[in-house]
Write a protein that binds this ligand. Structure first.
Ligand code: ZN
Length: 238
């Protein structure tokens, strides 16, 4: 099948040839380096590109090993665009994301994460707070005790970028260790835990390209937390 907008060559190209063609388009005055494409058993759909001794090396998630040529081409624009800081046309981003967002691809990605992704989970007991106690308390207060307890743990390091996250592949809530320090009010931690517990309850909305994590219903449910404003203030000052 030939779709409008695709070059007919696309259907007969190896991945290396696709990269070489996209390279020529992005950098017409630069000689095309040797291309090496390798499919790797990563724990997710990430792919990497690197210039190594004059050779371009692409390490691509084997989730994409069977991807149609137009998807491989889109990834070539994305990776080469990233490496050479060239803007990537919207259609390529869109085509790539749509493919990864397909139900069968999401299922495979989920399985691969489960099987390959080794996950460090510290256990619920921190220096100051015990996540199990907090989970149970919030579960009774806001969810009629109905949420099943996932695996609970503290992050390995301290960071300001992510305070907590729910990982559906490992059914785990991981809370940032920055919230487990003496003098840190429990309110901040409770709010972050409450937010992650809402993720247990509200599945991610996959709507075409967009992946909506914080839906309108999610935001409404979050307002049930009585000291939302105070909690957010504390988190801002971390
Ligand atoms: Zn969230």
């Amino acid at each position: 099948m030939l779709l409008p907008g695709f070059e007919s060559a696309l259907l007969f190209e190896t991945p290396e040839e696709i990269y070489a063609r996209v390279f020529r388009e992005l950098k017409p005055r630069t000689p095309v380096p040797e291309m090496h494409v390798e499919f790797c058993r990563f724990a997710n759909a990430d792919s990497f590109i690197r210039l190594e001794n004059g050779r371009l090396r692409m390490r691509i998630s084997d989730l994409l090993a069977g991807a149609p040529a137009p998807v491989m081409e889109s990834l070539a624009y994305i990776l080469l665009g990233k490496l050479y800081r060239k803007p990537v046309a919207r259609c390529y981003n869109q085509r790539y994301r749509l493919y990864l967002n397909r139900r069968d691809m999401r299922r495979r990605a989920h399985l691969i994460r489960q099987i390959r992704g080794r996950k460090f989970i510290s256990g619920p007991r921190g220096t100051v707070y015990n996540l199990e106690e907090i989970f149970e308390r919030l579960n009774r207060q806001f969810f009629d005790g109905l949420l099943g307890m996932p695996r609970l743990g503290w992050s390995r390091g301290v960071s300001r970028s992510m305070l907590g996250h729910f990982d559906p592949s490992h059914n785990a809530i991981i809370i940032n260790r920055i919230l487990d320090q003496p003098g840190r009010p429990a309110l901040a931690l409770e709010y972050v835990m409450f937010h992650e517990m809402l993720h247990l309850q509200h599945p991610v909305d996959h709507n075409g390209v967009r992946r909506r994590v914080h839906t309108k219903e999610f935001r409404e449910a979050e307002k049930k937390f009585p000291e939302l404003k105070e909690a957010k203030e504390i988190l801002k000052r971390l």
